[in-house]
Design a protein around this ligand. Structure first.
Ligand code: URP
Ligand code: ZN
Ligand code: ZN
Length: 473
């Protein structure tokens, strides 16, 4: 290597783990990219000794909500600055939040607005999924195909929530656009009418505390919608990805479809491994504190948690995402809307988890539940491929961005909200002890976290990543 090939950064004695391989070498970085993997690399401008640490590709969080415009005076606590700061402190170096169309508005306008929210704020790289809430003829014929071509190759559709849900017919039309244009559709699968009927019944009986959220959205409601979404995908003959799968009933549907040879992909999230319905019944604030854990689909029970852990290792799930949906608890724009403690159906849905996603899953590696390669596959390699960012993201290879996390597999950490970097005033995982934590995190070769300490990089250094075609294999 000649002088003009000098390296900006050399990570020495790295124990590199990718989705498929494990090898020991030095990693050479120039201009933000990995340019050498080898032994005894020449001196770099900056040197880091990784002995005793794992070198993992930075996490890719394929499902998180940052600064997403909200109805009814609600507001997400994390914008692109605090959200990406928290992400990188937890070992994630790419995020893919959602540019959400409002009913009656254009999709292009949502994308333009979302770029304005990210620019100058993000500290790590980001792509956008779209949310298609109003598939008008113009959206289906023009806007959506044009956006797919411009680098927005995945979008989410909802089967529930009044302001977002699509009819069955609209679902079919949207899936057809995905098929014609090579996009990947992510589906929020819960049956809206069942939820509203159950909700009315519960509220009519005065059962309004946060814990009743779980009774309004039982597993059958998720199972039915999952099956229906699978049927739509089969009719249109297009792959789909079912997001935030909560337990065994939906898993059974997905396994059944996969067994029939359908390309049904699936995602789960930390809340379905670590929370149960009991967490929505936290006793504080006269039973209202359970609002902290209200999300949809809701957390279920230990048997379902075990089914979700199993499905992470037997191929049912392709990706493990945070579904970070950051609402502050003690906040009139958050979990106590307008300063009230309303009945469960008015509590904003979602839990924070962008920083704790990787440590919570890695603890499963430490406990022998999944392999290191499975961990990397679920949290980085597969989301990078599915969402059109591979091989720039999702692996440690020559030519890839130097998004690298040096991970201590033995560090024991008790999760405390006071130590996290999001702008939410709680974590649902308070007090949980995990083994394994990110020590140093690099984004395009820049060290954003050193010895677990955030290095205050320039806000706005994060770049938008136009997504290519989804890679399903
Ligand atoms: O409860 C949840 N998951 N809220 C976030 C929005 C969504 O549906 O993913
Ligand atoms: Zn959803
Ligand atoms: Zn979500």
């Amino acid at each position: 290597m000649s002088a003009h090939d000098s390296l900006d950064l050399v990570i020495r004695r790295a124990d590199v783990v990718t989705a498929s391989d494990r090898f020991r070498c030095d990693i050479g970085v120039r201009n933000g990219q990995i340019v050498a993997l080898g032994h005894a690399l020449p001196q770099g401008a900056r040197e880091i000794d990784a002995d005793g640490l794992l070198a993992l590709p930075g996490g890719v969080d394929g499902h998180c909500h940052l600064d997403q415009p909200m109805p009814d005076g609600l507001r997400m606590a994390d914008d692109f600055f605090t959200g990406t700061r928290a992400a990188v402190c937890g070992g994630t170096t790419t995020v893919i939040p959602f540019a959400a169309q409002e009913k009656g508005a254009s999709l292009k306008a949502a994308v333009a607005d979302y770029h304005r929210r990210a620019e100058g704020r993000a500290v790590i790289d980001y792509a956008f999924h779209l949310i298609v809430a109003d598939p008008t003829p113009a959206v289906l014929a023009d806007e959506l195909p044009a956006l797919i071509r411009k680098g927005y190759s995945s979008f989410k559709v909802y089967m529930t929530y009044d302001d977002l849900k699509l009819s069955d017919r609209e679902m079919l039309s949207v899936l057809d656009v995905a098929k014609q244009n090579g996009a990947l559709v992510m589906v929020h699968a819960e049956n809206a009418d069942c939820i509203s009927w159950l909700t009315d019944k519960l509220v009519g009986e005065g059962r309004i505390a946060p814990r009743f959220h779980g009774l309004a959205r039982p597993a059958a409601v998720e199972r039915e919608a999952t099956h229906r979404a699978i049927t739509f995908a089969e009719l249109v003959d297009v792959p789909i990805l079912i997001v935030h799968v909560s337990g065994k009933e939906a898993i059974e549907q997905i396994r059944w479809a996969q067994g029939r040879g359908l390309q049904i992909l699936a995602e789960t999230c930390p809340q379905y491994l670590y929370l149960t319905a009991d967490d929505m019944a936290l006793p504080g604030d006269d039973g209202y504190e359970g609002a902290k854990c209200v999300c949809s689909p809701p957390p279920r029970d230990p048997e379902n948690q075990a089914a979700v852990w199993r499905a992470l290792t037997n191929g049912v799930f392709s990706v493990f995402s945070s579904d970070h949906a950051p609402f502050r608890y003690d906040d009139p724009q958050g979990k106590q809307p307008g300063g009230e403690r309303p009945s469960f159906e008015h509590i904003p849905n979602g839990v924070p988890g962008i920083e704790t996603r990787l440590p919570l899953l890695f603890d499963g590696v430490a406990r022998g539940k999944l392999s290191l390669h499975q961990f990397v596959e679920l949290t980085s390699w597969r989301p990078a491929r599915l969402y059109g960012l591979y091989p720039r993201k999702g692996t440690i290879a020559i030519g890839a961005d130097a998004d690298i996390v040096l991970w201590d597999p033995n560090q024991r950490v008790q999760i405390r909200n006071s130590a996290l970097h999001h702008a939410v005033d709680y974590t649902p995982y308070e007090g949980i002890e995990v083994t394994g934590w990110p020590v140093h995190c690099f984004s395009r070769g820049e060290m954003l976290v050193r010895d677990g300490q955030y290095q205050e990089p320039q806000a706005g250094r994060g770049q938008f990543l136009p997504a290519g075609a989804p890679m399903l294999g």
